[in-house]
Design a protein around this ligand. Structure first.
Ligand SMILES: Cc1ncc(C[n+]2csc(CCO)c2C)c(N)n1
Length: 196
């Protein structure tokens, strides 16, 4: 029997929850999930969260589009989720790795996002250097907001924030250490944003 190894599949996954601060939360969650073109990712929703899996560019494109759909309602929305690569628990999404690279969601409207992220380069002895390198990258790209315990603050326009997250996710893993976990927590349209 073939042994299952971590780190053999190029599949990227994102498990996330949207939490609209609104009594219209059902429409906002379902609207975001249905209005976004998710044809290039494997997706499953349950009562707690949704998971999308596929090629990295599509996973980040769908994640951004869903967030933008929810935010364009004008309601205060929170999103929290975990990106993961390099440890497929199953192969159900592998068929989506054959999809072409053309991005399906192209809404380019501007939207301020305040967020926090944490990188966990699994099994990599140089994990602190990798984390500092990505925080420095955030500073260079102008999206760094704040240092804090257990996370770093990233803010700005949603397109710049997601572009940074995708770059960080690419750079923090390597062929030697392909298993990477990145948590993100985002706040949109909050009355307490100071940075916009
Ligand atoms: C992205 C995302 N997926 C699933 C849920 C869980 N959830 C909570 S309310 C609701 C709609 C009514 O069934 C759903 C699916 C979530 N919060 N965010």
């Amino acid at each position: 029997m073939e042994q299952q190894h971590c780190g053999t599949s190029p599949i990227v996954g994102f498990r996330f929850s949207l939490h609209p601060m609104s009594d219209r939360f059902i429409d906002i969650i379902k609207g975001a999930l249905h209005e976004t073109d998710t044809s290039r990712v494997w997706m499953h929703t349950d009562d707690v969260s949704t998971v999308i899996r596929g090629k990295q560019p599509h996973v980040f494109n769908v994640a951004k589009a869903l967030t933008l759909h929810a935010a364009k309602t004008g309601e205060h929305v929170a999103l929290s989720g975990t990106f993961s690569a390099g440890c497929p628990g199953d192969t159900e999404g592998d068929v989506y790795l054959k999809a072409d690279d053309e991005l399906q969601n192209t809404d380019d409207r501007n939207q301020y996002v305040s967020s926090q992220f944490a990188l966990y380069p699994m099994n990599n002895p140089d994990y602190m250097a990798i984390i500092y390198r990505e925080v420095d990258r955030a500073k260079a790209r102008g999206v760094f907001n704040d240092s804090m315990h257990y996370a770093s603050g990233i803010h700005g326009d949603i397109h710049d924030v997601f572009a940074f997250y995708e770059k960080a996710f690419t750079h923090a893993r390597s062929s030697r250490f392909p298993h990477l976990v990145m948590t993100v927590s985002m706040s949109l349209n909050s009355p307490s944003h100071g940075g916009q």
